[in-house]
Design a protein around this ligand. Sequence first.
Ligand SMILES: [Mg+2]
Length: 372
Amino acid sequence: MKITQVVCQVLRIPHVEAKTASSQDSVLVRIRTDAGLEGVGEADASPEVVKAVIDAPFSHNVACGLREVLVGQQALEHERLRREMHRRTMYFGRTSVTVAAMSAVDLALWDLKGKHFGEPVHRLLGGCLHPRIKAYASILFGKDGTETADIGRRWREAGYEAVKFGWEPMGTSAAVDVDLVRGAREGVGDATVLIDAGCVWDARTALRRAEAFSEYAIEWLEEPLLPHDVEGYRWLRDRSPVPIAAGEEECGRESFRPLIDQRALDVYQIDLSRNGFTDAVYLRDRVEEIGARLCNHCYTSPITVAASLHWLCTCRDAFLFEDCVEDSPLRHELTQEKVQAEAGWIRVPEGPGLGVTLNEDFVRDHLIAESG
Ligand SMILES: [Mg+2]
């Protein structure tokens, strides 16, 4: 089964707001083959930059766009293609958005593999241990503790037994920060509360906040520090009374390596649209080996939601699933199948490949750029 076409599509909802939410646009990578099958993947990065990584023409043996690398290759050879993509992008790749673009390709190749064999991806990854996973509603903070409490009540009433609040205005001051967490606990009641700081403190301030937040029995404190501060994370994790989670910014196994080697985190959050299945499986094995916990990171469309489920269900300890509940049509209408939690639990898709089908009318209506 040879790759004949690599299509890249950028989608965008009509009204994009200035907020920390990646469910307002998307870049899809659609790999077509001479067998008539198509695999679909997605990257969570800047869509137009991902598209440039796919589209770039040949410039040098190690500076080559991904379409140039992939067309004509055997679609089932995902590991060889991963090595080939890394080698042929060394002059502009190795980290960040280039690896995210490769991850979209990798998701599409596994979707293809599943369709070729007529099996769901989770079976090809080794087997599903958790046919359904407890989902947490993932949403942004309100402007203060009172509004955050109202948001918490809304998602409890929707059936979630766990809610995560994130980003602005966390980091404004000690009083504002503690008020937000107090509001979160008030709104969510006796269910699980998770707090996502959004990379706002130095390690010592983060420790003071972790100590203050521990009174509200939070399940984890996420991204208190800047992503590259591995020493800070290790220092903090050794002292914090609450578990420390991070990893959503990391693209690929090399990016995660210092965090894993230094045992810097309690919970490693892996985004499938920045790591692909191939690296996510590698990371699963490494994190399980050091006795830490795994969770998905996902704040985009049902393509990545489905991919995250196929992967997380193969992990030993799938204790929570991040379910983006942003009120964006891209989160809810991009696929024909609704990949959403019911009564706080989300089921792993069972169809071949990712087990989801693009809603082509939605794609057409939101398409702003296309190549391939
Ligand atoms: Mg986060």
